[in-house]
Design a protein around this ligand. Structure first.
Ligand SMILES: Nc1ncnc2c1ncn2[C@@H]1O[C@H](COP(=O)(O)OP(=O)(O)O)[C@@H](O)[C@H]1O
Ligand SMILES: [Mg+2]
Length: 248
């Protein structure tokens, strides 16, 4: 099986979908075939971010119901070549059990280098299904005590679900805000609060947010895009140092 990664967080709004879309594009830019699976039933937004919403007819619920062959519900993104999406179910109902997710991802992963699963917020049934097939998890958190408290909880749930390899992505980081807020002395204190090893710091980047909102790629030299390119490289085993915090 190829690399299957769940993108998750304790709190909603931490940036899971933005990171899933941006990281997918960054891995695709490295020449990899990437499938994104939107597991946020009823609240999925990756179809919009990937420029698929106008064309989408089927979604994961149709695949699970057996009304279509799995590949008929996968759409090529207009944002980037090599980037594909299996859209979320249109209703909030829990139609995808952890066992079905494992089976589905087992089938799909043979055709892709990376499968990224965008999980719903919280630790309910939808979360358990989203994490079930994953070998590793990216925990997305903003550097504030409320979000990091939920991150620590999510880490425990991931461990219980058997996802051993967990990495922290600090999102929406701004050096100025970080110092002004004064919640934490330094990045090490943030990492300690989460209890998860750091893999990336993604800056607060309006260009990245706007790109997702408008179904296009952010400029390659935007700080968010560059941070996601570094994350993609690290996910593929490259050693890429973290730039000094003052750069964010
Ligand atoms: N790195 C970032 N820079 C600027 N805005 C961001 C960043 N990451 C997320 N956002 C914004 O934060 C909000 C929540 O992001 P989203 O990806 O939908 O979170 P989630 O999927 O975790 O609920 C959105 O308005 C999005 O544009
Ligand atoms: Mg989301």
């Amino acid at each position: 099986m190829n690399a299957v990664t769940v993108i998750t967080s304790g709190k909603g709004g931490a940036g899971k979908s933005t990171i899933t879309a941006g990281l997918g594009a960054a891995l695709a830019a490295r020449g990899k075939r990437v499938l994104l699976i939107d597991c946020d039933a009823g609240l999925g937004c990756l179809d919009h971010m990937l420029g698929v919403s106008e064309r989408r007819v089927f979604d994961i619920a149709d695949v699970v119901a057996g009304t279509v062959e799995p590949d008929k519900a996968v759409y090529a993104s207009s944002v980037s070549p090599n980037l594909f999406l299996l859209p979320a179910a249109g209703t909030e109902e829990d139609v995808v059990s952890p066992d079905i997710m494992r089976e589905l991802v087992g089938v799909f992963s043979r055709f892709y280098d990376h499968v990224l699963i965008d999980s719903p917020a919280g630790i309910g049934q939808g979360f358990l299904s989203a994490v079930a097939p994953a070998r590793r998890a990216m925990l997305i958190a903003t550097p504030d005590p409320v979000c990091l408290r939920d991150t620590a909880q999510t880490r425990i749930r991931l461990q219980e679900a058997g996802v051993e390899q967990q990495r922290l992505v600090i999102n929406r980081f701004s050096c100025f805000d970080f110092r002004a807020q004064g919640y934490y002395r330094d990045l090490d204190s943030v990492i300690d609060a989460a209890g998860v090893r750091l893999i990336a710091v993604v800056p607060n980047d309006p260009q990245l947010a706007a790109a997702c909102a408008n179904a296009r790629l952010a400029p390659p030299d935007s700080p968010g895009t560059m941070a996601l390119a570094r994350l993609a490289a690290r996910m593929e085993g490259n050693q890429v140092p973290l730039p000094p915090l003052e750069k964010f």
